[in-house]
Design a protein around this ligand. Structure first.
Ligand code: HEM
Length: 459
């Protein structure tokens, strides 16, 4: 087992006051926490007239996200405001009946059976990256963060649109999405804490323009209807539902497609990028990964969904990566009605935070919480993982719609690429994080690529 402790922001000796929280959070949402946040179970603060509570133990997480989920179903007001120009009434920010109907409609799209079919896309796309990377000179530098973003964008776009969207459109969509994230970036702080909009600055016009660019790209693909290029895609599923049940407008279909692109692109890319970094720092983990992936038979192209269940160590690396660096490190909810938690009155309209970042490194629920130890996720691990202390995909009715999809995608992509290549960190390069809405390695994460096994083009 490794003794490697990857970097994390300095923890304050004492809790910050409200003004300091705002100051630190405007630079980095992970830098606000005091040491005590990693062993306290329930916390409360007040920022500008708004009560903020932090559910920080399995029992309260379960209460908020499962047992009393209906009361905490709503995202925080500014989170909704930040994404409304882009997502309209899309699943990610809707609530009440709209959310319930959409969720029920889309859940079957991500059943195990459906995901098994999408693995063909994942395997084919990762195989293309094996081919591309094999053209690079061993020892050359690869910008891993943008490369993983490209890979995940292609996988999600092929899942959503089949082959209907060409690479230029995918690139345009990704670039606009990155711009949108940057534009709402400054709003994150207010979005998370439910602060008034003047704190976030006047980014509204900018978000509206970028949202419009994204709408135009998606509308064009929708207007082409069901074709031989997209007949198995999610777009085709939505259009078929629309015809048979008349439940969705074309604009609502667009909203849902953008939600799925947004939610499915950066999360998986961040996971893979962090994974490569962590593996590169731990020779024994890398060796065990190589043993597992070298046991796969056939070329990358001939792998299938059935190979996923055998990739237990690769999967454990992914599980541990998103424990240490959860792509969505903070979940925010607004209390729909007053509540009582641990004898504390929770007023209506309070902001309830659940933070995978804190829970995943909590001293009461993890042994060596800051160490990178994939073995803790293996079936024979001495201590079982508490399901409400490990919530990279959130939990309860509003948990990630595509938890299984994301797990299969990241595991297979890592296995396919690690069979052929090693990525090493250049000497002296320090990796640090960037935390806005999601948590990713800062910058491009340049790494050196080494060939392990030559790619042989299938006949
Ligand atoms: C490692 C990969 C992923 C992680 C860690 C992740 C994590 C999460 C988390 C934490 C949430 C809850 C957010 C909140 O409550 O504020 C969420 C929601 C969601 N995710 Fe994922 N996700 C991943 C991949 C994906 C993929 C690949 C897709 C789509 C194909 C997707 C689609 C969604 C959707 C639609 C929601 C909103 C669900 C709702 O509000 O009912 N996610 N995800």
């Amino acid at each position: 087992m490794t003794e490697f402790i990857p970097p994390f922001p300095t923890r304050h000796k004492k809790s910050l006051g409200p003004l300091d929280i705002v100051k630190y959070a405007s630079r980095d949402l992970l830098s606000i926490w005091p040491e005590s946040a990693f062993d306290r179970q329930f916390m409360a603060t007040r920022i500008i007239n708004r009560s903020i509570f932090i559910a920080n133990c399995p029992e309260v997480v379960r209460h908020v996200l499962v047992t009393n989920h209906a009361n905490y179903e709503k995202k925080s007001p500014l989170m909704r405001k930040a994404f409304e120009p882009l997502l309209g009434d899309g699943l990610f920010i809707s609530d009440g009946k709209t959310w319930q109907n959409r969720r029920a409609m889309e859940e079957p799209f991500f059943s195990e059976e459906q995901v098994a079919q999408y693995t063909e896309i994942m395997i084919k796309t990762a195989g293309e990256y094996v081919q591309n990377w094999s053209m690079l000179k061993s020892g050359s530098t690869l910008d891993v963060m943008p490369e993983m973003l490209k890979l995940s964008s292609e996988i999600i776009c092929r899942t959503l649109f089949g082959n209907q969207m060409n690479i230029e459109q995918i690139t345009q969509l990704s670039e606009n999405m990155a711009d949108y994230r940057a534009a709402v970036g400054k709003m994150d702080l207010s979005a998370f804490f439910g602060l008034p909009s003047w704190i976030s600055g006047g980014k509204k016009n900018q978000t509206a323009t970028i949202a419009n660019n994204i709408h135009l790209i998606i509308d064009k693909v929708i207007a082409e209807g069901i074709t031989s290029e997209n007949k198995d895609s999610l777009l085709a599923h939505f259009l078929t539902l629309q015809k048979s049940e008349n439940t969705l407008t074309l604009q609502q279909i667009r909203n849902e497609l953008i939600v799925l692109f947004m939610a499915g692109q950066e999360t998986t890319a961040n996971t893979l990028a962090w994974g490569w970094y962590l593996i590169s720092q731990c020779p024994e983990v890398e060796q065990r990964l190589h043993q597992e992936v070298d046991g796969l038979t056939g070329d990358s192209g001939s792998l299938s969904y059935n190979d996923f269940s055998g990739l237990t160590y690769t999967r454990a690396i992914i599980d541990e990566t998103i424990r240490l660096y959860p792509p969505v490190p903070l979940l925010t909810r607004e209390a729909g009605a007053a509540d009582v938690i641990r004898n504390r009155h929770i007023p209506i309209g309070s902001i309830m935070l659940v933070s995978p970042w804190l829970l995943h490194r909590h001293k009461l629920y993890w042994d060596k919480p800051d160490h990178f130890i994939p073995e803790r996720f293996l079936a024979d691990a001495p201590v079982p993982v508490d399901e409400f202390a490990y919530i990279p995909f959130s939990t309860g009715p509003r948990a990630c719609l595509a938890k299984f999809f994301g797990t299969v995608e990241t595991t297979l992509c890592l296995a396919i690429l690690a069979r052929h290549f090693r990525l090493t960190l250049p000497a002296g390069h320090e990796v640090t994080h960037e935390c806005r809405l999601t948590l990713r390695p800062k910058g491009n994460l340049p790494m050196q690529i080494m060939t392990r096994r030559h790619y042989s083009r299938p006949d």
